[in-house]
Design a protein around this ligand. Sequence first.
Ligand code: ACO
Length: 385
Amino acid sequence: MGVLKEKGPIEYSKGLEGVIAALSSISAIDGKNGKLIYRGIPIEMLAKYSTYEETAYLLLYGELPTKEALEKFSAQMRELRVIPKKVEECIVELPPNPHPMDILKVALAHSALYDPDRQKCCREGVMRKVIRIIAQLPTMIAYYHRARTGQEVIPPDPELSHAANFLYMLHGKKPDEEEARIFDIALILHAEHGLNASTFAAMVTASTLSDINSALLSAIGALKGPLHGGANERVLKMLDEIGSPDKAEEYVLNALKEKRRIMGFGHRVYKTYDPRAKILKEYAEYLSDKYNDRKYIEIGERIENIMIRELGKKGIFPNVDFYSGIVYQFLGIPRDLFTPVFAMARSVGWAAHVCEYTANNRIFRPRAYYIGPDYVEYVQLEKRR
Ligand code: ACO
């Protein structure tokens, strides 16, 4: 059965490890040295000097914007933040218990029906759809949170930046500049990361020439899982379960003995400290001192030391999800919104890859290597036991 068990040059790589599935000029990861660049620019520079809007422009258009281009792009983002009334009505009516990642899927799918560019496939039309989605995801998340907690929704404020506006819509009061900036940096650090599972999911969908909304829905579904974007909220759950730094050693060693994963550690590409985690850890430290509440950071640092001692030689280090939750906690972001916040930041990376790939598209269609039997005799239903 040569057709079924084709061998030849076909190689198998579990989880597609090491497989090159696309050419890209959007970002690059040096997993050995812990470096990440967006369009050639180190993330440390972007975190220090840029805003999320500027980073989004860079990722979508391939270069840093001029002052005028940034003003125009930011104005477009601000204008597009307002969601259609029908989508708002749908969001506020949704039940309060589902995970907000599921709500985000419903809200994004619903909003596509009212997108004035829905039928457009020209570059400008697709770009407007993309910017609309990036601008509106924060509104959808904040509106849902306000509604599920019995509060009035707060419409977007066109005077505020992308980051500050989200915190404002969530809390109903304008954030202080420093906290808005820390959140902005967290969004920059989550904006893009090559062909991770959610980006790849978006690309697979887009490669069938489906629409951008469907591609991003696939990405949201993939990001939700605990091995990907869903790890951040589980980190905080773990810190609570541990309760105090002196209990960390026993918890981690037991987990490793039982072959359980410690959330927020390990990465397919980084075999050293994730550079995003390094920056987020600094802000987690800073906010812990600012609020004089060092419980989480101290447990986190203990876990980090134990994990590096036990698994550092295997290349297991903190990833982006380990310290982001501590930062978000201090910014007053509810735990189950950590992954939706990741989605709103990463939407730009998803869209950039979809646009880049489909500009020179070929449908993704890998093969499975058949390991089943060559021939099984068909037994009629009444004779089966
Ligand atoms: N805790 C304990 N052991 C781990 C961890 C961890 N967090 N991560 C990997 N390992 C161990 C595995 O048990 C395995 O050991 P073995 O070789 O003795 O069997 C080895 O390291 C390799 O693990 P794989 O699962 O093969 O690594 P893979 O590249 O497939 O997975 C992943 C990467 C999913 C991120 C993994 O490290 C993990 O599950 N981490 C915890 C979840 C997490 O933090 N996810 C967020 C990742 S970042 C992001 O997506 C935004």
